[in-house]
Design a protein around this ligand. Structure first.
Ligand code: GUN
Length: 290
């Protein structure tokens, strides 16, 4: 039987409608929630991501301060822009689109955003707070995945979650969230050093693919009826498409016949990331209002 597709677009719209109401209330109190969106360079995928974020902010009645810097921007210049945004009272959140050009140290940039405005949850203090379960922001993509699991009543307690990928954005934070007592999952993380990926993957009640390799997860790696979360957003050349490429996930489409639940790409995890970002901006703007 084909898997139930987990509709991230629909759930994210519901969350965004709720955020819109909260933004309107804040505005009545004289606060317009504002996110500074910084993009360095012209990477087409990054440009399309930041545009989606800015559009979502506008639709929710929030402001975005769109900052586009040339590819040649050096680290010192970028840090100066971030320092200004840190001081700017009208800006509640700061997002520097990742990846930054290779001549800029991403860790230095992530540590430059004050934790109070770190809506991505990339600053070491934000990450520490998240791991220790202290108040603070939750990282957008992992949080979005948890919201989707919750929406489809997927039981995480006692479940074996297998995560493919150990990135700072998805894999690492997701382990920490899934092992919290309220989620209570047992987690295995697989990566390039893993010897027999298929053996681990087949044990998963919940399999999360966040590696950035198109179609990596094949049906023979998936337990019958498992929940499969596809975090991949890969552009693959496709001349039959007007854009010259199409977007596909880390999961082979044939997995739909084996999984119990599956997040589509596009329309699964991606929209949830944006909804959680808006939620983090509202959270910090509300604090700002006292
Ligand atoms: N690049 C890919 N995903 C993200 C994200 O969630 N935030 C930022 N800042 N950059 C990204």
């Amino acid at each position: 039987m084909a898997a139930i597709l987990m509709d991230g677009k629909k759930l994210s719209q519901k969350i965004r409608d709720d955020i819109k109401t909260k933004a309107a209330t804040l505005k009545e109190n004289g606060i317009t929630p504002c996110l500074a969106v910084v993009l360095v360079g012209e990477d087409p995928a990054s440009l399309s991501y930041v545009k989606s974020k800015e559009k979502a902010l506008a639709e929710a009645g929030m402001e975005s301060l769109d900052i586009r810097l040339p590819q040649e921007t050096n680290e010192k210049e970028l840090l100066a822009v971030i320092a200004d945004l840190n001081k700017n009272d009208k800006v509640h959140g700061i997002l520097v689109q990742s990846p930054v050009p290779k001549h800029i140290n991403e860790e230095t940039v992530n540590s430059a955003v004050v934790p109070e405005k770190d809506v991505d949850c990339f600053h070491p203090v934000s990450v520490g707070n998240m791991v220790l379960e202290r108040p603070g922001f939750l990282p957008c993509t992992p949080h979005g995945i948890l919201m989707l699991l919750n929406e489809y009543n997927i039981k995480t307690s006692g479940a074996h979650a297998v995560i493919a990928g150990r990135s700072n954005i998805v894999g690492k934070p997701l382990v920490n969230l899934l092992i919290r007592r309220n989620y209570n999952a047992t987690v295995t993380v697989c990566h390039t050093g893993t010897k027999d990926f298929q053996k681990h993957a087949l044990q998963a009640d919940i399999l999360i693919a966040a590696v950035g390799k198109p179609g990596l997860i094949k049906p023979e790696m998936v337990k019958e009826g498992a929940v499969v979360i596809d975090v991949g957003i890969n552009r693959v050349p496709d001349l039959s498409n007007q854009k010259g490429y199409r977007v596909c996930g880390d999961v082979d489409p044939a997995v739909e016949q084996k999984a119990g639940y599956l997040t589509p790409v596009p329309g699964g995890v991606g929209p949830m990331t944006i909804a959680m970002l808006l939620q983090n901006v509202i959270q910090t703007a509300q604090k700002h209002g006292g």
